[in-house]
Design a protein around this ligand. Sequence first.
Ligand code: SF4
Ligand code: SF4
Length: 559
Amino acid sequence: MRELSRFHGGIHPAEHKLESSEAPSRRAPLPARLILPLHQHIGNGARVEVQVGARVLKGQLLASAQGTISAPIHAPTSGTVIAIEPHAVPHPSALSGLCIHLVPDGEDRWIAHSPLDYRALPKAELLDRLRDAGIVGLGGAAFPTHVKYRLTPGQRIQTLVINGAECEPWITTDDRLMRERAAEIVGGIEVLRHLVEPAEGLVGIEDNKPQAIAAMRAACAGSDIEVVVVPTLYPSGGEKQLIKILTGKEVPSGGRPTNIGVACSNVATAYAIQRYVGHGEPLLTRLVTVTGHVRTPQNIEVLIGTPLEDLVRLAEPLPGVTGYVIGGPMMGQHVSTLQAPVVKATNCIIVKSAQLFPPPAPVMPCIRCARCAQVCPADLQPQELHWFAKARDFGKTQEYDLFDCIECGACAYVCPSHIPLVQYYRFAKSEIWQREQEQQAAEIARERHEYRLFRLEREKQEKAERLAQKEKAAVTAKAATPAPASAPAAAGADLDDTLQMRIDAAVARAKEQAAAAQPKNIDTLTPQQQAEVAAVEARRAKFTELASSSGADDEPPKQ
Ligand code: SF4
Ligand code: SF4
């Protein structure tokens, strides 16, 4: 039997799982309209590949991945693109994002698609296919899967951890998925095992899900995958926490699991991978728990892009709704209205009532009781982080490892002064990111400016050199012309010397000016700027060659 470790802290909030976990999941009907944000994952938003008015098929690419860390978006059903415009998205900033608006035609007609013989493909190509299928981590973070499993040369994965802990109260999507589709989850795990060839494959499930444990054990029978039951303790489903429980290894501060030879994915991600390799389906649907103040709490399989309002209606909200939580009560986002759609990361929506979610108690000053530090799974000092974030001393928050905070909310849950601690940490993080972005933008602008000055000065110098050469050629030509008989023999030589000195002085001046305008360190230019420099150099060389062979004019080519 595997020996388990434990992480620091943790809490036992009321679970509220049974409300939604016992009913079989169901499929949502086609909505009247789908709203597909271009930014549903960590990394760059997707690039639109369709135009307004386009008729698209189910599974057709609507927006492609942009850059290394990105994921594409596909049409969840057939229909017509009626707009590409901003719309409310489920994001804590409450800002809207650019979305593709699709009106289904009701026919649900698929684009050509087929299963994939993934074992016959080179691994790099399989990863490209997973990227093209839009697969991202479905445990909440929405990190593109193809990036997570693209190992660097020499990198080895000892343990593949599949996360079925689902520790957050109210949420039961992974529980239902494991009960109902265990074989397909195992199919997806096999794809991941094929990719990274780990020495061991572990599925961690909290002990409050006995049916899911049984279903997964039955599906894993005969394979090398081990289903490990872990004690119910929030937040054991955190990636770092589950890795610690199962392997005893600590992911280093600021590091990734792959740094310690571990790769980790959610059970829903494994299921999405199997839908792709087994059926050729890109990521178009997901399971969402709809629970709280509703008549029929349940799990619903829904098309990505379905308005949350439509989804909630299916569970029949009761009178007295006071708001909603998108995600779980510990880490989710509290909103008063439902305008956003379901995105790839949406796993739960809780309908609030005054009874289930009483108004927060008044905030009191910190009494330095240290309860927050006792429960923090990242072993941080939440009260100090709060203090520095409040004082806007962001340097200190970083010294106290702010970025190791997983925003689990355990500290705020136990705080007797009811301080909304996580809000302070989110604020501090966003301020630091904002400042870094501004600094980066200023740095790029400075480098561009310096490079421009350098280019202008170099052009000036080159022009001066060409003029000097021209002048010299003219003098040489003149000297070669026989002098008039009356002129003294030494006059030509004197003139030559004087002119040569003037030419040399002009060339030296031009060189000095160019040297003064040189950026302090050309090597610090961005790759794009270096490429620009190289392109300019190449054009100049070509022009010089052209000029010397054709006797072209002295004007440099336009840049
Ligand atoms: S739990 Fe609350 S009151 Fe106690 S030290 Fe932490 S922030 Fe202060
Ligand atoms: S929210 Fe951050 S600081 Fe608070 S307990 Fe969780 S990890 Fe620790």
